[in-house]
Design a protein around this ligand. Structure first.
Ligand SMILES: [Mg+2]
Length: 272
């Protein structure tokens, strides 16, 4: 690692409670619902136990549409299957970045997103209030707005007009609409974070199952599309040469993908 790389990593580490692995052999970036939370309980237990064992070799990042409060609740609930906090969390579909241990925001990653979001809700909320087919999700969402959609009632053309106000409208699973600062998504935030981490791209593997993971797959990094991926995401496969389509669902699919990308020796018993 060069001196400037070390300095960048040190600045990131200063804003985290969780100590990052010095030279990770793998940076595993997982969506949660349907991906790290998907698959059989047996596979989930196995993968979660492996992540704990390999904590010094595998830098684990959650990359989710959930907000940080929801991630905190989830970590409590899924403790029963042995899920431990990751090193870092990208939440709110790319609009939050937090320390995995404390879930405190990482200012160097979040401040630019916050700046891009300033003033948007004031303009957007009145416009969205009158739009048929939208109902606000009962979640707290940071630096974004979150709605449920009724695909029959929603006129997608009206969303294009909303995007004229410096935001991107992202429909996922044909159920959810996220309104994000323009250009901010799971992929852009991950790439920005990887610059701070200074890891080589070939050590990174992402995994996901719905359209809000598409931006992550479009980064050109190695990706695993799990077996239970939504049809609209699967349709994008032909233009995603770096993405492996797994047969296995959720955690089983993640392991299958890691083996595909040559991390079999790191997986040890998990690969069998
Ligand atoms: Mg998902």
């Amino acid at each position: 690692m060069t001196q400037s790389a070390r300095a960048r990593r040190a600045r990131l580490q200063d804003q985290l409670q969780a100590r990052l692995p010095h030279q990770p052999e793998l940076v595993l970036v997982t969506d949660l619902d349907g991906t790290l939370l998907g698959g059989s309980s047996a596979w989930r237990r196995r993968l979660y136990a492996w992540l704990v064992e390999q904590r010094e070799r595998v830098l684990h990042i959650f990359c989710t549409g959930r907000d940080l409060r929801s991630v905190a609740r989830l970590l409590q609930e899924e403790d029963r299957l042995g899920l431990h906090p990751p090193h870092l969390v990208i939440g709110d579909v790319g609009c939050s970045v937090a320390c995995g241990a404390s879930l405190d925001l990482v200012p160097l990653a979040v401040d630019p997103i916050e700046a891009a979001w300033q003033g948007r809700p004031e303009v957007l909320l009145p416009l969205l209030a009158g739009l048929p087919g939208l109902s606000p999700q009962p979640v707290t969402a940071d630096r974004r707005l979150a709605y449920y959609i009724d695909p029959e009632a929603l006129d997608r053309g009206r969303l294009a007009a909303i995007e004229g106000h410096g935001v991107d409208c992202l429909v996922s699973d044909n159920k959810y609409l996220d309104i994000l600062p323009a250009g901010v998504n799971k992929g852009s935030t991950l790439l920005a974070l990887l610059e701070w981490l200074e890891v080589e791209a070939e050590r990174v593997v992402t995994a996901g199952d719905t359209l809000n993971d598409l931006a992550m797959f479009e980064t050109g990094l190695q990706g695993v599309m799990v077996g239970n991926a939504e049809a609209d995401l699967v349709a994008a496969l032909p233009r995603l040469p770096q993405v492996y389509r797994a047969q296995g669902e959720g955690c089983e699919g993640i392991v299958e993908g890691l083996r595909h990308f040559g991390f079999g020796s790191l997986l040890g018993d998990l690969a069998r």
